[in-house]
Design a protein. Structure first.
Length: 215
């Protein structure tokens, strides 16, 4: 199984709260406070979406982990140039094939909830995203966290990811993902654009109660 899990937006110089509030107003959707990722030196705000997907707005913290962890490095780099789309993330059942093909090990991640519950996962591919922002990184959610997936933070999320515009190559992304038989983006439309400068996400369109809105 391989599916689009979430899209990540790095906050601007005005910080996480201001960026998330601006996006909430633009989309007309409710956000949920996420929390700190202690291994990465980051924290986030979540916009739960339909189809087990979500939008993450993320901020790097002044923490030693953010200087060492590739995820923290990626967030800092994007925020330092004004923030914006950082990447997209594909959920998979097994990261072992990616470890073998990429020649590196998965990295554990976690986020604790105020009630003591803990969301845990494994991920791989952040260094690839830093080098070539058109490609996603891959995540495997731990089975113990199934009920804590960020898309479930609201009982009835109102929005859904409808389209992603990516400056890059469909063939390059398919190669990175190991040539899957089916696109992990499912019903999400992808508009592939020839890169004019740095490749990566150009925009994401969301279906909201107010119609289609593009960020």
């Amino acid at each position: 199984m391989m599916r689009l899990d979430h899209v990540s937006y790095a906050c601007g110089q005005d910080g996480l709260t201001a960026t998330a509030d601006r996006i909430a107003e633009t989309l007309g959707l409710e956000s949920v406070k996420g929390g700190v990722h202690p291994r990465f030196g980051t924290r986030n705000v979540i916009f739960p979406m339909q189809h087990n997907q979500y939008l993450e707005v993320v901020e790097v913290l002044d923490h030693p982990a953010s200087n060492k962890a590739p995820f923290g490095q990626a967030v800092r780099a994007r925020s330092e140039v004004g923030g914006g789309w950082m990447g997209w993330v594909v959920a998979v059942d097994d990261l072992a094939p990616f470890e073998q093909r990429l020649g590196r090990d998965r990295v554990p991640g976690n986020r604790k909830f105020p009630d003591g519950q803990e969301l845990t996962w494994q991920q791989i591919g952040i260094k690839g995203l830093i080098a070539d922002p058109q490609v996603p990184y891959m995540i495997q959610w731990d089975e113990s966290s199934a009920d804590l997936h960020p898309s479930k933070a609201l009982d009835a999320p109102a929005g859904q990811i409808a389209q992603i515009s990516i400056a890059g190559s469909k063939d390059r992304v398919a190669e990175w993902l190991g040539q899957p038989e089916k696109s992990p983006l499912g019903d999400v439309t992808v508009d592939w654009q020839a890169p004019n400068g740095t490749p990566g996400i150009m925009s994401v369109s969301f279906m909201t109660p107010h119609g289609l809105v593009t960020l």
